[in-house]
Design a protein. Structure first.
Length: 177
């Protein structure tokens, strides 16, 4: 088991054709296992920011949980959060258009990386259109087209290469349309 004390770590898979798909971004205080699979997919982890990570054996982790029952509730909350995020990503991929897939990813990034400044949220990590494409499974070109539309509608902008969500409420309402 791994524990992130500080920093952000992405978990991703690489398809047969070399395309990357970001499954999840772990935030500080996350606990997660290194997944070893027997199938054709391998999962990789990469630090997005400087990170401090601790590793514990399965036995030590179980012993720690058994002697610290309050931690179990926190773990349950983390697992539910990851589960719902992946379910949401899957539902968006199947049922929503590219615009809504991107908006959903932007809301997720704002939740994890956003820092409120006046009425805006600045995403405190430089995510490129390619990064957003790997989160949504869309092409970089489609992401660029949709991001330009969001910019023209004044829902997002950029400041020193960082994404700025001008109105979180407006972006959420856009997702509900």
């Amino acid at each position: 088991m791994l524990y992130i004390k500080q920093g952000y770590v992405k978990q991703y898979a690489v398809g047969k054709e070399g395309n990357e798909f970001i499954l999840h971004i772990f935030i500080p205080r996350s606990v997660f296992p290194i997944i070893e699979t027997q199938d054709q997919h391998e999962y990789y982890f990469e630090s997005l920011t400087p990170a401090e990570i601790y590793r514990a054996s399965k036995d030590k982790f179980i012993s720690f949980i058994n002697s610290n029952q309050d931690v179990l509730s926190e773990l349950k909350n983390q697992l539910e959060s990851v589960y719902y995020e992946l379910l949401n990503k899957l539902e968006n991929k199947v049922f929503e258009d590219a615009s809504k897939q991107i908006i959903s990813s932007l809301l997720d990034l704002t939740n994890k990386f956003g820092r409120k400044q006046n009425d805006k949220f600045i995403i405190q990590y430089w995510f490129t259109h390619q990064d957003i494409a790997t989160m949504t499974g869309l092409s970089r070109e489609r992401v660029s087209i949709e991001m330009k539309k969001l910019n023209q509608r004044k829902l997002i902008t950029y400041s020193n290469h960082l994404l700025v969500v001008k109105s979180l409420q407006s972006l959420k309402m856009e997702l509900q349309k």
